[in-house]
Design a protein. Structure first.
Length: 296
């Protein structure tokens, strides 16, 4: 092999090895611009007003199940490590987190969004699916039915994963992290502000598209915690939501470079932790985000 060919081969191997990581690093270094306090300006609320019948609580808790919840806690260890928070997927949501979430939802007018705190109620969720006319029926009875079936067969009560289901208008929480609770409620706020929430939910399944949905929800939470002017909540949001966003960024870049998907994913998480901690504002110096409107 000639010296020129050898140099080219060496350059090709280095490009394959470090190219994806360099792209991820460049994208993540712009994280301080991608993620910034910016609230969702509510223009409408598409959630039907009868989704929660009269007399039914908006927030419901699952009864304690020590063996099931213990399994869920163990299953959630990887998530605890990735976000470096032992309360992630701990299946023991405090009254304080519940109260903070209720305050966020009341502030944003999310009165018909259901919240299940470590609760398994698939039949009730199927009922909400049929009543949620904010999502067109083709989406509800296709992707929506599959989503509820997935929650039924692979219950979050065992396998965690906090999420918002736009087809049923339901938040499912399994961890005791206020910023994650706010984040899922921010998804509800975002979806209820969309003219065609079914389309908005369906495109989430496409590669890289979740980056937009997650960015919108994260920015709203960053805005809200600064509006609350609570240093503890601010730290919680920046320390948790930045690395969480890093997982989506790592997935997106890793999709383009499948051979290096695992190190890219890990790089996204670590970069998120580094940026989140470096971006925490000082509330004594940084102005409270003026975009957040508590009367939205």
């Amino acid at each position: 092999m000639t010296a020129t060919r050898q140099k080219r081969e060496t350059w090709r191997k280095l490009s394959e090895l470090y190219g994806p990581l360099a792209i991820l690093a460049l994208v993540l270094l712009s994280g301080c611009k991608i993620l910034e306090p910016k609230s969702i300006a509510m223009q409408r609320n598409n959630i039907p007003s009868d989704l929660i019948p009269d007399g039914e609580a908006q927030m419901e808790r699952g009864a304690p199940r020590p063996i099931i919840d213990g399994f869920g806690w163990v299953w959630g260890i990887p998530s605890k490590i990735m976000l470096w928070n032992r309360k992630v997927e701990n299946h023991n949501i405090s009254l304080e987190t519940e109260a903070l979430l209720a305050e966020y939802m009341a502030t944003n007018g999310l009165t018909d969004i259901k919240v299940r705190l470590n609760q398994y109620r698939p039949i009730d969720d199927f009922r909400r699916l049929t009543r949620n006319t904010s999502v067109a029926w083709p989406w509800r009875y296709s992707f929506g039915a599959v989503s509820v079936l997935g929650e039924t067969v692979i219950p979050g009560r065992l396998f965690g994963v906090d999420h918002y289901n736009p087809y049923t208008g339901t938040i499912h929480l399994y961890g005791d992290v206020p910023s994650i609770a706010f984040h899922e409620a921010a998804h509800a706020k975002d979806f209820s502000n969309r003219k065609h929430p079914g389309n908005y939910a369906a495109i989430y399944l496409l590669p890289a598209v979740p980056l937009w949905h997650e960015r919108v929800a994260t920015n709203d939470v960053l805005s809200y915690v600064q509006y609350r002017h609570d240093p503890r909540l601010v730290r919680d949001a920046y320390h948790t939501l930045y690395p969480a966003y890093g997982t989506y960024m790592g997935n997106a870049v890793g999709y383009a470079f499948p051979r290096f998907s695992n190190p890219i994913y890990l790089g996204g998480v670590l970069a998120g932790h580094a940026m989140g901690r470096s971006q925490v504002p000082s509330l004594d110096e940084a102005p409270v985000d003026s975009n957040f409107n508590p009367n939205n």
